[in-house]
Design a protein around this ligand. Sequence first.
Ligand SMILES: [Zn+2]
Ligand SMILES: [Zn+2]
Length: 340
Amino acid sequence: MPVKALIYEGPRTMTLREVDPPYPVPGEVVVEVAYSGICGSELSGFMGQSSVRKPPLIFGHEFSGRIADTGSGTMLVKGSRVTANPLISCGHCTFCRAGEEQLCADRRLLGVARAGSNAAYVAVPEDRVVLLPSALSFEQATLAEPIAYAVHVIEMLTLESGEVLVVIGMGPIGLFVLQVALHYGTTHVYAVDTNPERLAIAQVLGAEATFNPLHDNVALVIADATDGLGAHAVVDAVGSAVTRQTAVSLVRRRGTVIFSGLHMAETSLVVNDMVRNEIITRGAFAYRDDQFCRSVDIIAQGAVGLENHWIVQAPLADGGHWYEQLITNPGRIAKVLLAP
Ligand SMILES: [Zn+2]
Ligand SMILES: [Zn+2]
């Protein structure tokens, strides 16, 4: 029996179609999708600007649901409430063996290298599946993937209570980095964005202060807040030329800058200043498998605020509209959960 799937058919074109349901091959399960989140990383794909997302393709790698069918040899049980780590790695390279699956050269992401979760059903390897604690709703569980990214960023930093973290970009990843940092005991988190509605959300979620570079001299206020030294760490969750430069300018000598945003492939930085100030820079991509599991636990502990209407639910059929709106006019909406 055909089932619904949202198909990316070309730049700015997403159409709900009837397709053959995925079949559970040995070692895989088919999940009946409850929600599938729209990821910021998919927006360039929707615009037709991605080198890896080619039509026709079912997007979606953040999801939750119930196991509907199991392939032979799987231990999982039909009906179980689950989410899944959508990063499928080779399992035997140097990085996979070290538990750093996000660095696997053969990693394949759901919704890129194979059909994703913007559909009534999605197939995933059994070893990627994470069972949901009963306290966790499907809505919360759908956020496990982007929150795992935030866990990866914050666990790189080992900040101590009282130290100052600046997060640039209050999109979903920035908002989750803010909340995970607070959960891990970082007391002073400053939020930077040019969208006042997103800054208002950051304020409610616990940012010590919020700054809009269109009106505020961010460097001056951060210097004031840190005896002129600068932040202990800065996370750039945007990835544009100006946000990367700002990140480096706000951090103290021997402070750490983490680049997680991928907005622009190439941007310039004043590297001589970074040399003289012994700035530590790191890239952060996705998450390890243990961090994905930890993300589920952190959400179950109530560390992530879903209120304030920054996360909305919408029918899968309206997916194309929401991809468009997140590009042109996101306003306070940072995350959209599509329901098949
Ligand atoms: Zn994502
Ligand atoms: Zn590998």
